[in-house]
Design a protein. Structure first.
Length: 329
C-alpha cells in the first residue's frame, strides 16, 4: 500500500472464523483473492492495486446463490493512516451499505451513487444486498497527493463542493454515469503488468477530472477559497485566549499554512498573526481605560504567555506601556 496507509486488516464477516486478510504497507498489489463464503451461499473475490501519485484502488465482487435476499455482512476493514484520506466507493452493480464506525453513519450505495469520505482512519463494515451480484470499486488518495495532483485551490474546492472539507466527514452523491464509468473500468482484465497499472492510472485521472468539472467548475475556485478565508476571519474574531497554531488552522480549513496566510493577507492586508494581534491589543487599550483588571489577567485573556510579552507588544503598537496608560486615565 502507498505511504498514506500503515497497514490494512480485513476481517471476513461472511466467514468470521476465517483468517483475516492483511495487506502490508509496502505491498503494491493484491492479486485476485477468493472471499471465504459458506458452502452453497455463493462466491466472490477481491483485488487491490497501488498506483502512482499516491493512489490505491480496490475491487470486490460477490455472487450469491439464486433465491437469497436481504443485506448480508461482508467485511470489516480497518486501516491506520499517516494523513487524511480522500476515499470514494462506487458500485458497478448491486447495492449495499457502508457503515463508518468512526462517524457512526450508514451510507447506502446504489449504482449511480458514489460514497465520498475525508477521513483520518478507515474503520468500515460493508454490507451487500444478496438478491443480485454486486461489484464495488474503491479509491483512496492521500490528502497531500490530491493537492499535488490537481493543485491546492482545486483540491480545496473539490472537497468543499462534495461537502467533505472537514475531517472526518462523509456523504453520498449521485454522479453521472460517464464519470462513474471511468472508475468502474479501472481494472482491465485483458491487460497485465505495467500496462494494467497505466490503464488504471489513466482512468483514475479521468475520474478525478470528471468530479472537479461536475462538483466544482473552474469559475468558482477563487470564490470558494475567498469564502474559506472569510470563515477563518470570523472564527479569529471570536477567539479568546491562546491562538491556535497555523498548522492547526491549516488542517481545519484544508489549506496549506503558506496559502492560508498569503490569502488572508491579500484579503485583509495583514498576516493572520498581525491581524489578531492588532485586534486584541486594541481591545486591551479600550479595556484598560475603563476598569482596573490586572495586567496579568488581561495578558492571559489575550493569549500572551506572560505580562512582559504583552507589555512589549503593547508598547510597540501604541508607544506606551499598558501600566502607564492605566495611570494616565
Amino acid at each position: 500500500m502507498e505511504a498514506f496507509a500503515q497497514h490494512l486488516n480485513l476481517q471476513w464477516l461472511t466467514e468470521p472464523s476465517s483468517e483475516p486478510l492483511r495487506v502490508r504497507a509496502e505491498q503494491e498489489e493484491l492479486t485476485r483473492t477468493p472471499v471465504p463464503m459458506p458452502e452453497g451461499q455463493g462466491n466472490g473475490w477481491i483485488e487491490m492495486m497501488d498506483l502512482a501519485l499516491g493512489t490505491h484502488i480496490c475491487r470486490v465482487v460477490h455472487h450469491f446463490k439464486p433465491g437469497m435476499a436481504g443485506l448480508l455482512p461482508m467485511s470489516d476493514v480497518q486501516v491506520e493512516l499517516t494523513e487524511p484520506l480522500f476515499f470514494v466507493q462506487s458500485l458497478r452493480c448491486g447495492w449495499g451499505e457502508l457503515y463508518d464506525r468512526r462517524l457512526d453513519v450508514r451510507l447506502e450505495n446504489h449504482p449511480g451513487d458514489c460514497t465520498f469520505e475525508h477521513i483520518d482512519r478507515i474503520d468500515h463494515q460493508h454490507w451487500s444486498d444478496s438478491s443480485a451480484p454486486i461489484e464495488a470499486i474503491a479509491l483512496g488518495m492521500g490528502q497531500s497527493s490530491l493537492r499535488k495532483l490537481i493543485g491546492e485551490p482545486t483540491a480545496i474546492a473539490l472537497l468543499a463542493g462534495l461537502g467533505i472539507r472537514k475531517v472526518p466527514s462523509a456523504i453520498v452523491h449521485p454522479v453521472p454515469q460517464p464519470i462513474c464509468a471511468s472508475l468502474h473500468t479501472c481494472f482491465a482484465d485483458h491487460l497485465t503488468g505495467n500496462l494494467r497499472k497505466l490503464h488504471a492510472q489513466a482512468n483514475v485521472l479521468e475520474f478525478i477530472i470528471g468530479l472537479v468539472q461536475h462538483f466544482v467548475g473552474e469559475p468558482n475556485l477563487e470564490q470558494r477559497k475567498t469564502r474559506l478565508i472569510h470563515e477563518l476571519r470570523e472564527e479569529l474574531d471570536h477567539l479568546e485566549g491562546l491562538l491556535p497554531g497555523l498548522d492547526e488552522l491549516a488542517l481545519r480549513y484544508g489549506l496549506s499554512e503558506r496559502v492560508m496566510n498569503d490569502e488572508f493577507k491579500r484579503e485583509y492586508g495583514q498576516s493572520i498573526f498581525a491581524y489578531i494581534s492588532d485586534r486584541r491589543l486594541s481591545a486591551a487599550y479600550a479595556a484598560l481605560q475603563h476598569n482596573q483588571i490586572s495586567l496579568k489577567v488581561v495578558a492571559s485573556q489575550l493569549g500572551y504567555a506572560d505580562v512582559s510579552h504583552f507589555s512589549n507588544a503593547f508598547f510597540k503598537k501604541f508607544g506606551c506601556r499598558p501600566g502607564s496608560l492605566r495611570r494616565r486615565f
